[in-house]
Ligand binder design. Structure first.
Ligand SMILES: NC(=O)c1ccc[n+]([C@@H]2O[C@H](COP(=O)([O-])OP(=O)(O)OC[C@H]3O[C@@H](n4cnc5c(N)ncnc54)[C@H](OP(=O)(O)O)[C@@H]3O)[C@@H](O)[C@H]2O)c1
Length: 336
C-alpha cells in the first residue's frame, strides 16, 4: 500500500510517500480501505512543530478519514466487512469526560489516515450517515465533533438561543450548521464581505466583518438587545477571548476551542471579572458524541461544506493549499 509519512516539525516538505506492506488485523482490530481524508489545523501544527499532545516519529499523518472495512480480526463485534465508517480521533475515549488515559490520537501519538489502508482498533469505528459520501464523511471526526461538543457538551444549547461563531474555518462552519439544527440563531464573524455572503447563504442570521468592525463585541451586544449571546464557539484564542467575554450573556458559555488569533498574549482580568460566564475548554469529543452527532446529521440531511478535493497522489499540494488559508470549507484528499 502507499502511505505518507511525516514528523513533528518536519514541515510540508518533509512529507514523503512510501510503499508499505498492508497490515493484517489482530484481535479487536479492523483494516479499513481509506477512501478519503480531510485536513485540520492540527495537521499544520504538527508539521510546524508546536502541537501540544505527543506525536510519534515517522507518523502516518492526518486524524480524519473515512473508508470501507475490508478485514476484521478475532473478536470484532462493532463492525463487519463492507461497513462504511469514519474513525474517532481518540479511539480509546468512548464516553464521559476527557482524561489523559484516553488521549492517544490518530495522526498524533498513533498513525493516522493518510494511507491506502488504516489498521484501527474496532473502538475507533463510527458508522457514517448513509446520505454522505466518503469525502463528506471524512470531514466529520475533528471539526464537526468539536463543534458538536462546543454546542452540546456543556449546558446544552436550546432552541431560540443565540450562538456566536468566529471566522469560516472548519470548526466554525460546522458550528453554524449544527447550531441551526438545534434551532438557534447564529451570529458569525468573518474577515471579508464575500465570506459574509457565503455564511449568510449557509444559514447565519447576521454576520460581522471583524476587519472593518474590529470592536465586534459591541455589534454583537447591539444585535442581542444588550444581552449578549448564549454560547460562543471561541476559535480565536488570546486574540479574541477578551471580546468574547464582552459579547457573551452574563451567565452564558464560552467553548474555548482554538488559537487562530495570536494578536494578544493575554486577556484583561477586568473583562473576566465583569461576567459570570463559564469557559469550557474543548478537546474534540468522544465516540458517544460522534455517534449522537451523526444521528442528527442523518436526520436533518446536513451536508458538510467542502472547498476542494485533491487526489491522493497530490496530498502534499493539498497541504500547501490548506496552509495558504484561502479555503471556505474542508479540504479533502481522496483515493480514486
Ligand atoms: N480544542 C480542540 O479540540 C480543537 C479541535 C479542532 C480545532 N481546534 C483549533 O480550533 C481552531 C480552528 O480550527 P479549524 O480547523 O476550524 O481551522 P481552519 O479551518 O484552519 O480555520 C481557518 C479560518 O479561521 C478564520 N480565522 C483566522 N483568524 C481569525 C480570527 N482572528 N477571528 C476569527 N476567525 C479567524 C479564517 O476565517 P475568516 O477568513 O472567515 O475569518 C480562516 O479561514 C484552530 O486553532 C485549531 O487548532 C481545536
Amino acid at each position: 500500500m502507499k502511505s505518507y509519512r511525516a514528523n513533528l516539525g518536519g514541515g510540508i516538505d518533509g512529507i514523503v510517500m512510501r510503499d508499505e506492506a498492508i497490515p493484517s488485523p489482530g484481535p479487536h482490530q479492523i483494516l479499513v480501505a481509506v477512501r478519503a481524508v480531510s485536513l485540520n489545523a492540527r495537521e499544520l501544527m504538527i508539521l510546524q512543530g508546536y502541537y501540544p499532545l505527543p506525536v510519534k516519529p515517522d507518523l502516518i499523518p492526518v486524524s480524519d478519514g473515512a473508508g470501507e472495512v475490508v478485514a476484521i480480526g478475532d473478536g470484532v463485534t462493532r463492525v463487519k466487512i463492507g461497513d462504511r465508517i469514519a474513525a474517532s480521533i481518540f479511539p480509546r475515549w468512548i464516553d464521559g469526560p476527557f482524561g489523559w488515559d484516553y488521549s492517544a490520537q490518530l495522526g498524533g501519538s498513533l498513525d493516522g489516515m493518510l494511507s491506502e489502508y488504516a489498521l484501527l482498533p474496532e473502538d475507533a469505528a463510527v458508522q457514517i450517515p448513509p446520505h454522505l459520501s466518503y469525502e463528506e464523511a471524512a470531514t466529520l471526526p475533528c471539526a464537526a465533533v468539536t463543534a458538536w461538543n462546543a454546542l452540546s457538551g456543556g449546558v446544552p444549547l436550546l432552541p431560540g438561543q443565540t450562538v456566536l461563531t468566529q471566522g469560516s474555518g472548519g470548526v466554525s462552519l460546522f458550528a453554524l450548521q449544527l447550531a441551526r439544527l438545534f434551532g438557534a440563531r447564529v451570529i458569525a464573524t468573518t474577515s471579508s464581505d464575500d465570506k459574509a455572503q457565503r455564511l449568510t447563504a449557509l444559514g447565519a442570521d447576521a454576520v460581522i466583518n471583524y476587519r472593518t468592525t474590529p470592536d465586534w463585541h459591541a455589534c454583537v451586544r447591539e444585535m442581542t438587545g444588550g444581552r449578549g449571546v448564549d454560547v460562543i464557539v471561541e476559535v480565536g484564542g488570546a486574540g479574541t477571548m477578551e471580546q468574547s467575554l464582552k459579547a457573551v450573556a452574563l451567565s452564558g458559555q464560552i467553548s474555548q476551542v482554538g488559537s487562530l488569533d495570536k494578536s494578544a498574549a493575554s486577556i484583561g482580568i477586568a473583562a473576566l471579572s465583569a461576567t459570570v460566564t463559564s469557559i469550557r475548554r474543548i478537546a474534540v469529543g468522544n465516540r458517544a458524541q460522534f455517534l449522537a452527532m451523526n444521528s442528527a446529521i442523518a436526520m436533518h440531511g446536513l451536508r458538510p461544506v467542502i472547498d476542494s478535493v485533491f487526489a491522493f497522489e497530490d496530498a502534499v499540494e493539498a497541504f500547501r493549499y490548506y496552509a495558504r488559508g484561502e479555503a471556505f470549507g474542508k479540504i479533502v484528499i481522496r483515493h480514486d
